[in-house]
Design a protein around this ligand. Structure first.
Ligand code: HGY
Ligand code: MN
Ligand code: MN
Length: 400
């Protein structure tokens, strides 16, 4: 399974993945998912938002146990973020069938579309739409860097954009969703455990800072005559690092777009995207407010206009305590694992669905902690431990 998925959407030069929503690489991954489902005789379906589902048993019986994750990636992402959860879901089903497990409830495997938001800027579009946490109108307005809207992109990929919307009937049939994911950090590496259970997800969001100045000639315009948006942008990047450090939070300007982006032209517009996350809402608010205040002062000092737009936001997620404790109980007895319970700053579909249905997460050790990079890795032994732990959890939750 892993070998078949590995080459799909991988960029030859960077060795990173470029599996963006509704592109050819996304279609290849979706074809892989469907093939895996049909090879196992699972009932395959695509929901109104393009999420893929594979069922053992009839979901109409209700109280289904669902596992899975996403297959899309950040620009030049790693091989494990998302795919490990989907491959492990199919492998855990194979393991359960090998054990002769009898399912007392429907078992579902899901691939949520557009989790990373790499193309349209909003994280977890597939799960947000399904959970009713993104309106149809907001979704239809999503636009990529080439001006292509989400509806046009879905149509080009052969999906009906007029079908998108909340799917309460589907979620009402799900009793629990468990997402396995490679850890994006080093907690398990430091504790020496192959597998962990999630406690919470930090509140986090994405803000777009548009610095509008005046295009001019780089060689002939006197410094005093310039309204150069690159300068307040640069000062704001440093302010973000300062504010995050003061608040014990994180803040990153990882994406920038410059117009006209010419070596010999003072820019007219610099767009910078801020990703900021903190252990609690108050701290996150302090950081973002501090960065925005500094940015406005810097922009004014350079005669530059500034607009700040919040493009994506996820409030703190406290995973369902009952399900979390059920996972640690099962893993403590059936897998003979001592599983640490750990928080994360990374967003996940399980976080979006949390509160709507009971959700939980299993983390698999990442020996370097590196993620959102081609260098992301996980040892095969730990991946196998993750599959066996997921199988034990699914057996404990779904089997008589
Ligand atoms: O950004 C995140 O935390 C996730 O990878 N979407
Ligand atoms: Mn990710
Ligand atoms: Mn992920």
């Amino acid at each position: 399974m892993w070998r078949d998925l590995l080459p799909l959407g991988r960029h030859s030069a960077s060795r990173g993945y470029r599996r963006y929503a509704w592109t050819g690489a996304d279609a290849d991954c979706r074809a892989w998912f469907r093939a895996q489902a049909e090879a196992r005789g699972l009932a395959y379906e695509v929901d109104r938002n393009g999420n893929q589902w594979a069922w053992a048993g009839d979901p109409a019986d209700g109280d289904a146990v669902v596992t899975g994750s996403h297959l899309d990636s950040v620009p030049d992402g790693g091989a494990f973020d998302g795919p490990l959860g989907v491959v492990s879901a199919f492998a855990a089903l194979d393991e359960l069938r090998g054990r002769g497990a009898r399912f007392g409830k429907p078992l579902g495997i899901v691939n949520f579309g557009d989790e990373e938001g790499a193309r349209f800027g909003l994280a977890c579009v597939g799960s947000r739409l399904t959970a009713g946490r993104l309106t149809v109108d907001q979704a239809r307005r999503l636009t990529d860097g080439d001006g292509i809207t989400l509806p046009r992109a879905m149509e080009a990929a052969g999906y009906d954009p007029d079908a998108i919307g909340p799917d309460p009937e589907r979620l009402d049939r799900v009793g629990a969703f468990v997402e396995l994911h490679v850890e994006q950090g080093r907690a398990l590496d430091l504790s020496g455990d192959p597998v962990g259970v999630a406690s919470a997800i930090w509140p986090h969001g994405r803000w777009r800072f548009d610095f509008r100045g005046e295009a001019n000639h780089a060689g002939t315009t006197r410094l005093t005559d310039r309204r150069d948006p690159m300068l307040p942008y640069a000062e704001t990047v440093l302010a973000a690092r300062r504010e995050a450090g003061l608040a014990g939070a994180v803040a990153t300007f990882g994406k920038i777009a410059v117009e006209p982006n010419g070596v010999n032209a003072v820019p007219s517009l610099v767009r910078g995207w801020l990703d900021s996350r903190a252990a609690d809402q108050a701290r996150l608010d302090t950081v973002v407010a501090g960065v925005e205040k500094a940015a406005r002062e810097y922009a004014a000092a350079h005669g530059v206009d500034l607009d700040v737009v919040r493009e994506s936001f996820t409030p703190v997620v406290e995973f369902d305590h009952v399900l979390r404790d059920e996972l640690t109980r099962i893993l403590g007895t059936d897998s003979d694992l001592t599983v640490p319970v750990l928080g994360t700053g990374a967003g996940h579909d399980a976080g979006i669905l949390s509160g709507r249905i009971p959700t939980a997460m299993l983390f698999v050790r990442n020996p370097t902690g590196v993620s959102h990079s081609p260098a992301e890795s996980a040892d095969e032994d730990d991946c196998v431990a993750g599959v066996l732990a997921l199988a034990d959890v699914l057996e404990g939750l779904a089997c008589a």
